[in-house]
Design a protein around this ligand. Structure first.
Ligand code: BV8
Ligand code: ZN
Length: 232
């Protein structure tokens, strides 16, 4: 069975990564949508770099939780029949053991050069605008997709959604597009749909099945069911 799993900030909440809903979506009094935009970066590059430097540094203090490791177990069992796409820019899926993770909104641990397009692993700060390892210009920005920018690999994601027999959404509020529209694409292609979330999301009505609770409980239980089904 081909399964597409979409995750959001809720899957990392129990690891201690704040969700966008937490703190009412504010960062230092800024609406996140105001900080996470190309316009904000042009207007106040240092503030935006500090926003991401703080989130990058915080990764050292968090660990994957049972929801992350359960998805890695599922990948071990069904291999490429699982397509894991995340809106999260943290590295907890990979540290939880997942090998194939599609970061549609980018990754905190990568830097992108606005001048030459070079993409490089990055663990430190960018607020001092260090030189790009390829072109040498101080044009490195966080390798994340800001509001108004095109998410990464939409063609790959849409192709996977077209072949999915089951679409599962975990820990997302369904407030941000195009991710919030994936359930409709999957349904149009005849897939079964399941939402695992603390509360009904904005798109909950589009899911055939929805279970409320903490991802750390719901995801391992759901994966056990799937694996049992495989054995049955
Ligand atoms: C684009 C990276 C064109 C940076 C992010 C008007 C109508 C519709 C759309 C738009 C519109 N105006 C503008 C748009 C488009 C815009 C958009 O959707 N805006 C919203 C605000 C209306 N989208 C864009 O700009 C996108 N680009 O559209 O380009 C295009 C389109 C299609 C094809 C080609 C081109 C780009 C959007 C990406 C922006 N970057 N992140 C960064 O991280 O700083 S978005 C960011 O916010 C996240 O990545 C994520 O996507 C979103 C936050 O949502 P969630 O992850 O769901 O988190 P949230 O806190 O909201 O919810 C957490 C959920 O978990 C809750 O439901 C909670 O109940 C649950 N939960 C909590 N704890 C637990 C739990 N569940 C289980 N267990 C728990 N323990
Ligand atoms: Zn460069």
């Amino acid at each position: 069975m081909r399964i597409v799993v979409l995750t959001g900030a809720g899957i990392s909440a129990e690891s201690g990564v704040p969700t966008f809903r937490d703190a009412d979506g504010l960062w230092e009094g800024h609406h996140i949508e105001d900080v996470a935009t190309p316009e904000a970066y042009l207007r106040q590059p240092t503030a935006v770099q500090r926003f991401y430097d703080a989130r990058r540094a915080a990764l050292a203090g968090v660990e994957p939780n049972p929801a992350h490791t359960a998805l890695a177990r599922l990948e071990d069992a069904i291999g490429d029949d699982l397509f894991l796409v995340t809106q999260n820019i943290d590295d907890l899926h990979e540290r939880g053991g997942s090998r194939r993770v599609h970061h549609m909104h980018g990754e905190l641990l990568k830097a992108l050069c606005s001048n030459c397009g070079c993409r490089t692993e990055w663990t430190g700060d960018l607020v001092d605008f260090p030189p790009c390892p390829r072109c040498g210009l101080p044009e490195l920005r966080p390798d994340v997709v800001w509001f108004g920018e095109v998410p990464y690999g939409m063609d790959v994601i849409l192709a996977e959604l077209e072949q999915a027999e089951l679409f599962v959404s975990i820990g997302t509020s369904g407030a941000v597009y195009p991710a919030a529209g994936f359930v409709q694409v999957a349904r149009r292609n005849g897939a079964a749909t399941l939402e695992l979330n603390l509360e009904p999301s904005e798109g909950s009505i589009f899911f055939r099945q929805a279970r409320q609770g903490r991802a750390g409980d719901l995801v391992p239980a759901w994966v056990d069911e799937v694996l049992a089904g495989l054995i049955a």
